[in-house]
Design a protein around this ligand. Structure first.
Ligand code: AMP
Ligand code: ZN
Length: 482
């Protein structure tokens, strides 16, 4: 493939920049992870598909990747600012479980969803494991950058240069909110430590120089990023909502910790490149975790869609564009994935021939490489993959190696999937695949014998059990469960 230099959009400078690693041959990435008080919705999962695709691209470019996705199991309030209740404590009270059990349960569910989306394993440090380090960090910045109020220790954003540059906000505009904490010097000031109110006990609380309490949410990412990747590291990612409050606050903490200097020098923000995926949106509000049954990956699986159809749906949009979810869109992605899997099937037995290419693949390989290097342009890269899949009269081993190389970046697991895996098969359906296949075989015999009455009867029987027979479907779907 061509060696196009990797270019990425840096939210901090609002510019496309050539990726130059801090450490030769290495890429160190931190992605803000989930708050494990509830299931993740598929919008959240878009953030991890994006981060994973970035990680895979860096590996494909030859960098040794260290990738951290933190687990927020303490400190995140119901608002990203310092208001409302602690998400973990609230859910624990609602479900009558301990906050620790809640965290464990939802972390496991999150990791299951990651695996189903073929997200490569990453480091998952938990915030509660870093509380001591957070207290140490707080101590080191308290005198110069913080002040105490009744409710805890607060960061004074006017003590660092260029506060809010990432969000393009100023200290005064900040995030002024109704019900904000009284006594804050600037609207955008935020909690480093939240003291437990007198007479109350939290399930998760620790002793600190600022009283018994819990860390502010933003602190964990600064502390874990520095501890696991070292400042400055290469890339910090998160959803676009984090560009407004969470990441500017992280950057301010990092400046206070290491240098206080301005952000013209990219080293001073902790990470050199800040990247943000845009949102997955859904019009009817099913993405909201407060809406009862919300859109989570399991719901897609329950309705019969393979999780990788969702990964493909994400890749079909550029990560900086909003992506609208619809079931029709998901169905179209599933069909597209099925076509790819069918094209790959004849290569199953071929011995891959890496390192050897055929000139016929050159245009597709070049297009793929340029697209991925151009700020991860996955929609174009997918078309290059399809061009490679459509290439005829070439050695199967070479073709297999080419497809495998592209798929290592996109993560669609094309060689692991079969046609049958991609059937639309809701989990609630009781009829088995074997029963359907037997009925279809009988129907085929009846048709061969020109017994159309019998053939129609079988079709009716299947329809009564929710099986729609799709004769002559151009995409080769033989049947689907409605
Ligand atoms: P949270 O658990 O709320 O901290 O969110 C986990 C990740 O998902 C963060 O990076 C968010 O920015 C991201 N995120 C939240 N909602 C969406 C959405 N609708 N689409 C894409 N990413 C999202
Ligand atoms: Zn974070």
């Amino acid at each position: 493939m061509t060696d196009a230099p990797l270019k990425l959009f840096n939210s901090l400078t609002r510019q496309i920049e050539v990726f130059k690693p801090v450490h030769e041959g290495e890429a160190r990435v931190y992605s803000c992870g989930p708050t494990v008080y509830n299931y993740q919705h598929i919008g959240n999962m878009r953030a991890y598909v994006f981060a994973d695709t970035l990680g895979r691209t860096l590996q494909w470019k030859g960098y040794k990747l260290t990738h951290v996705v933190n687990i927020t199991d303490v400190g995140h309030l119901t608002s990203d600012a310092d208001e409302g209740e602690d998400k973990m404590e609230k859910m624990a009270a609602r479900e009558g479980k301990s906050a620790w059990d809640i965290a464990k349960f939802y972390q496991e569910d999150f990791e299951r969803d990651l695996a189903r989306l073929n997200v490569q394993p990453k480091q998952h440090p938990r915030a509660t494991e870093y509380v001591e380090a957070m207290i140490e960090w707080g101590k080191s910045i308290a005198e110069k950058h913080c002040y105490e109020l009744e409710s805890g220790l607060y960061f004074d954003v006017s003590t660092v240069a260029d506060y809010g540059r990432l969000a393009r906000a100023t200290t005064d505009e900040g995030e002024s909110r109704i019900g904000d904490v009284e006594g804050k010097r600037n609207a955008a000031d935020f909690a480093i430590w939240r003291r437990t109110p007198p007479g109350e006990t939290r399930q998760m609380e620790w002793e600190s120089p600022w009283g018994r309490g819990a860390p502010g949410w933003h602190l964990e990412c600064s502390v874990m990023g520095e501890a696991l990747l070292g400042f400055p590291f290469d890339i910090h990612t998160g959803g676009i909502d984090h560009r407004e409050i969470h990441h500017p606050n992280e950057i301010a903490q990092n400046q206070a910790y290491c240098c206080t200097k301005g952000l013209d020098d990219p080293r001073n923000s902790g990470a050199k490149i800040w990247m943000h995926n845009n949102f997955l949106v859904e019009r009817s509000g099913k993405m909201s975790k407060s809406s009862g049954e919300f859109l989570r990956l399991q719901l897609l699986v329950d309705k019969g869609y393979h999780p990788l159809a969702y990964r493909l749906m994400c890749l079909q949009a550029h990560y900086r564009s909003e992506l609208e979810f619809s079931w029709e869109g998901l169905g179209a992605a599933l069909t597209r994935l099925k076509r790819m899997v069918m094209a790959v099937a004849p290569l199953a037995e071929a011995e891959p021939q890496p390192g050897t290419t055929h000139p016929k693949f050159a245009p597709a390989l070049e297009k793929f490489a340029e697209a991925m290097a151009d700020d991860l342009n996955t929609p174009i890269a997918l078309t290059a993959l399809e061009e490679a899949l459509a290439t005829k009269k070439v050695d199967a081993g070479i073709k297999r190696a080419v497809i495998a190389e592209m798929d290592a970046v996109l993560g669609l697991d094309l060689f692991g999937l079969t046609r049958a895996d991609l059937r639309i098969r809701p989990v609630a359906a009781t009829i088995t695949e074997a029963e359907i296949e037997t009925a279809l075989a009988r129907r085929k015999e009846a048709r061969a014998a020109k017994d159309f009455a019998a053939s129609d009867a079988i079709r009716e029987e299947l329809a009564e059990q929710g099986v729609e027979v799709m004769d002559g479907d151009p995409l080769g779907w033989e049947w689907k469960l409605a």
